[in-house]
Design a protein around this ligand. Structure first.
Ligand SMILES: NC(=O)c1ccc[n+]([C@@H]2O[C@H](COP(=O)([O-])OP(=O)(O)OC[C@H]3O[C@@H](n4cnc5c(N)ncnc54)[C@H](OP(=O)(O)O)[C@@H]3O)[C@@H](O)[C@H]2O)c1
Length: 297
C-alpha cells in the first residue's frame, strides 16, 4: 500500500514513518513541502504522490500559543483536515486523522472516563479547532478514521517528559511544581503508530479513542518517568490554580479505548509499561539530548 504521512517530522509522524515503512511504501511530507492550510498545496501533493492512504499527523500543537495565534491554529487544525479530506475523497483514499482528548470539557470526576459516544465540549482554541477538523473529516470523507489521543511523548521533538528531564538535570536542587489535579493518559507515539498500523489492516472506520491504558496526573507521570530514568528530582504536586496557563485544560481527559477493545485490535499497554520500554530504548539518547541543551550557549 502507498501511504502518505503528513506532518512526518513531528513526534507521531516520525514514529509512523518508521513503523508503517516496515510493511508499506511510505512517503513523508511536512511543512514547507506541504502546507495543509493551503488547499492548492494539498491537492498538488496528493496528485503527485498518489497515495492510497493519508495519515495526518500535522497540527498546530502548542496548546497555549493557540489562544494567541487563533488564525494559525484554525488554519492547521480545522482547515488542514478539511483540505486533506477533500483531496482524499477526490482520489478515493482512506484518511487516518489524529485528534485529541481536549475535545472534552473534563467535568467528570476521575477515574470516570470518556468513550467515543460521549458528548464533546472543548474548552480551548486548540480543542475547538481540533473538533472542527474532526467534523470536516467526518462530513467530507466517508473512508476515514479519527483517532483521539492524549498527552503524547516521543524520543523525537518536544514534549512534557523531555521538559521535566531537562529541568531536573539543569537545576537538580530546584523545587518544581507540577500539576496534580489534571488526569489523563501519557501516550507513547510509538505505540500509537503501531495502533495506526493495526487499524489500517482492519479496514474499520469512524472515531476511535487511542491512549495508553490507565491514567495519572501530570505530577505522577513526571515522577514515574524521572524515577525510571534514575534522575533525582524535587518535583512537588500543585493545583492547576497554582500553575495558570493561557488555555483552559480539561481536569479529566481520561479516554476509554472502547472501540479498539470491542474490535479486539488494541495495541495499547499501561502507560507505566510504555514508559519503562521507552526509557530502555532511549535513555542515553534522552540524557545526551537534555545535556546538550543545557550545555548550549
Ligand atoms: N502532543 C500531544 O500531547 C498531543 C495530544 C493529543 C493529541 N495530539 C495530536 O496528535 C497529532 C500528532 O501530534 P505531535 O505531538 O506528533 O505533533 P508535533 O510533534 O507538533 O508535529 C506536528 C507536525 O506538523 C507540522 N505542521 C504544522 N502545521 C503544518 C501545516 N500547516 N502543514 C503541514 N505540516 C504542519 C509541524 O511542523 P512545525 O513543527 O514546523 O510546526 C510538525 O512537524 C496531532 O494531530 C495532535 O493534535 C497531540
Amino acid at each position: 500500500m502507498k501511504i502518505l504521512i503528513v506532518g512526518s517530522n513531528g513526534q507521531l509522524g516520525t514514529d509512523c514513518r518508521g513503523i508503517l515503512a516496515q510493511e508499506h511504501e511510505v512517503c513523508g511530507l511536512d511543512i514547507p513541502a506541504i502546507d495543509i492550510g493551503d488547499e492548492r498545496s494539498v491537492a498538488a501533493c496528493i496528485a503527485a504522490e498518489k497515495p492510497q492512504v493519508i495519515v495526518n499527523c500535522a497540527a498546530y500543537t502548542a496548546v497555549d500559543a493557540c489562544e494567541d495565534h487563533v488564525e494559525e491554529c484554525w488554519r492547521a487544525n480545522a482547515l488542514g483536515p478539511k483540505h486533506l479530506a477533500m483531496a482524499a475523497r477526490e482520489r478515493g483514499c482512506r484518511l487516518i486523522h489524529v485528534s485529541t482528548d481536549y475535545v472534552f470539557d473534563g467535568q467528570r470526576q476521575p477515574p470516570a472516563s470518556y468513550d467515543e459516544a460521549d458528548p464533546v465540549k472543548p474548552l480551548s482554541q486548540y480543542g475547538k479547532s481540533k473538533l472542527a477538523g474532526e467534523q470536516a473529516v467526518r462530513e467530507i470523507c466517508d473512508n476515514h478514521v479519527i483517532l483521539r489521543t492524549a498527552w503524547l511523548y516521543s524520543a523525537f521533538g518536544k514534549n512534557f517528559l523531555k521538559t521535566m528531564l531537562h529541568l531536573a538535570l539543569a537545576a537538580p536542587e530546584a523545587e518544581r511544581k507540577v500539576v496534580n489535579d489534571q488526569y489523563g493518559s501519557l501516550t507513547w507515539s510509538y505505540t500509537l503508530a503501531q495502533q495506526i498500523r493495526k487499524l489500517l489492516d482492519s479496514g474499520l472506520t469512524g472515531v476511535f479513542h487511542a491512549t495508553a491504558e490507565g491514567h495519572s496526573t501530570w505530577y505522577e507521570g513526571a515522577c514515574f518517568f524521572l524515577e525510571t530514568m534514575g534522575v533525582p528530582h524535587r518535583l512537588r504536586p500543585c493545583a492547576t490554580s497554582e500553575y495558570p496557563t493561557k488555555a483552559h485544560r480539561p481536569a479529566n481527559s481520561i479516554l476509554e479505548n472502547r472501540r479498539l477493545h470491542e474490535a479486539n485490535i488494541s495495541a495499547f499497554v499501561s502507560w507505566q509499561e510504555d514508559i519503562v520500554t521507552f526509557v530502555d530504548m532511549y535513555r542515553d539518547h534522552l540524557l545526551n539530548e537534555a545535556k546538550g541543551l543545557i550545555a548550549a550557549p
